[in-house]
Every structure is written in C-alpha cells, then in structure tokens.
Design a binder for this molecule. Structure first.
Ligand code: ADP
Length: 271
C-alpha cells in the first residue's frame, strides 16, 4: 500500500544522501591532503636554494683571505640560486592567480598564428643555445577567443620543455590547425621522452621525472601544471604521448569560442 511505498522511498533517499555525503567527505579529504602536500612541497622547494646560498655565503664568511676568483665563483653560484628562487616564486604566483581567477578569463579574439610566431621568436635564443631547431607549421589562419596571456604561458611552457629536454641537433615541431569548433596545437619534440609510469603525474605540481636532472636543466616542476590549468580554464584539454629515448608529443585542443562557466547558455564572454 501507499504508506509502505513512502517508507521505501524515504529509505532509498536517505541511503542516497548518505552515500553522496560520504563521497563528498572522501573528496574533501583528498583535497585537504593534496593541499597539505602542496604546502610541504612549496616549503621544500623554496628552502633548497636558500640552503645552498647559506652554505655558499658561510664558506666565504668563514675564510680570512678569500681569493678574488673564488669569491666571484661563489657569488655567481649565489646569483644562480636567486634566479632559481625567483623562477619558483613566479611560477607559484601564476598558479595561485589562476586558482583564484578560475572564472575570470580576460578573453579576446586572438590570432593564434601570430601568437605562436611571437612565442617562438621569444624562445629562439634558448633554442639556439641548446642547438635545437624549432619549426612552426600552420595549416590555416586561426582566430580563437582566449585569454592571450594564459594561453601564451601554456604554449611557451610546452615549447620550452621540448627544447630543454632535448639534445644538441634535436628539433621541436609546433603545428596549428582548426576545424569549425576547435583549435589544435601540437608540440612534438625529438627529446629524451617520458617514462610511461610518469605520464599520469607530469601535470601535477612539482612533479619531475628526474629531480636532479630537471634541477640541472632549471625546472621547477610547475610548468606543466600551469599549462594544464590554463587550458582547462578555457574548457580545452591536453594529452601527452611519449616514447622514452625518442620524443614527446603534447596535443592541445581549445574551443574557438569561449563559453564562460556562469553563462553556459551560449553567449560569449568578452571581458
Ligand atoms: P619542469 O619545470 O621541471 O620542466 P614541468 O612541469 O614543465 O616542470 O614538467 C614536469 C616534468 O615532466 C619535467 O621535470 C620533465 O621531467 C618532464 N617533461 C616535461 N616535458 C617534457 C618533454 N618535452 N620531454 C621530456 N620530459 C618532459
């Protein structure tokens, strides 16, 4: 009869609610744990250059007659550690800004061909230094509604990695294409590749395949986290394929028309 039915409904409903609640609590725990891990990683990463600087400064202070050459060498090392610290802080600031401004992209119609050419021009000195050839192939003119600064950061990180994790005589191939809905950017390199077991983690903050090697190369482990953030903020996605010892390819897809999360009925946000 009717009364029984209601009781059954109530029961299933409360079971449903408690299931949802449990999964929410579980998710909050994961978020909290990853926040704690993030803070501990940040502290560690910021402390490392400071520790090196302290050791360098102390060893100069502890000596009476420091030869000028040694003095210069240690000062240069201290300068490098300061650059490193600055890079970590700048990357962190970019990430924090993106976390906070998740819904507030500064969107305008951007000529993607010009944007990529500009990025590659800026990276040319690094590419020349590493003796890596960077090639751009555009299949068509592409205009996309994006936040130019954030997308520029995303692409820069990918191309810079392609150059950094490469060898002399290597290449980075950047391509741009579009259909009626999406803009496609591929960044492919002839570099060292990424081990399969690392592929799930490379977009995590501070993750580096080889800590000491990446440190030598000048990485912070934040670049790909920034890239992924910037792309997902645009409702786009990024995929990676890699073969160890052969190279890596990042596949980026971004909608040509930006639809803001608050206004997903179809109207476009322009500012
Ligand atoms: P990093 O500042 O260390 O370069 P990223 O977040 O940009 O940090 O990348 C994370 C890690 O993924 C790098 O430390 C490196 O080990 C690996 N990686 C990223 N891009 C490439 C690439 N194109 N080829 C090989 N390894 C890469």
């Amino acid at each position: 009869d009717n009364g029984e039915e209601i009781a059954v409904d109530d029961y299933t409903e409360s079971a449903e609610v408690s299931k949802k609640l449990n999964s929410l609590i579980a998710r909050m725990k994961v978020v909290d744990e990853s926040r704690q891990e993030f803070v501990s990683n940040v502290s560690h990463e910021l402390k490392t250059p400071l520790t090196s600087m302290k050791v360098l400064a102390d060893s100069l202070n502890g000596q009476d007659n420091v030869p000028v050459e040694l003095y210069r060498e240690f000062m240069a090392d201290i300068g490098e550690e300061i650059d490193r610290e600055t890079k970590i802080i700048n990357d962190l600031l970019s990430l924090v800004k993106m976390d906070r401004a998740a819904a507030s992209l500064n969107v305008s119609a951007v000529n993607m061909n010009e944007l990529i050419e500009l990025i590659l021009k800026r990276l040319r000195p690094i590419a020349e230094k590493q003796q890596v050839e960077v090639v751009f192939e555009s299949f068509r003119p592409v205009a996309a509604e994006v936040d130019e600064v954030k997308i520029s950061l995303a692409i820069t990180n990918l191309v810079e990695n392609g150059i950094k994790y490469n060898q002399e005589g290597g290449w980075v191939h950047v391509s741009l294409n579009a259909d009626h809905q999406y803009c496609y950017i591929k960044v492919e390199d002839s570099g060292m590749g990424i081990p399969q077991e690392s592929l799930d983690f490379i977009f995590e903050r501070f993750y580096r395949v080889d800590k000491s090697h990446s440190r030598e190369i000048g990485g912070t482990g934040l670049g790909l986290a920034i890239t992924k953030n910037a792309i997902t903020m645009h409702n786009g996605d990024i995929k990676v394929h890699s073969v160890l010892g052969e190279g890596t390819m990042f596949d980026v897809r971004i909608p040509l028309n930006y639809i803001s999360p608050q206004n997903s009925a179809g109207s476009h946000k322009n500012r």
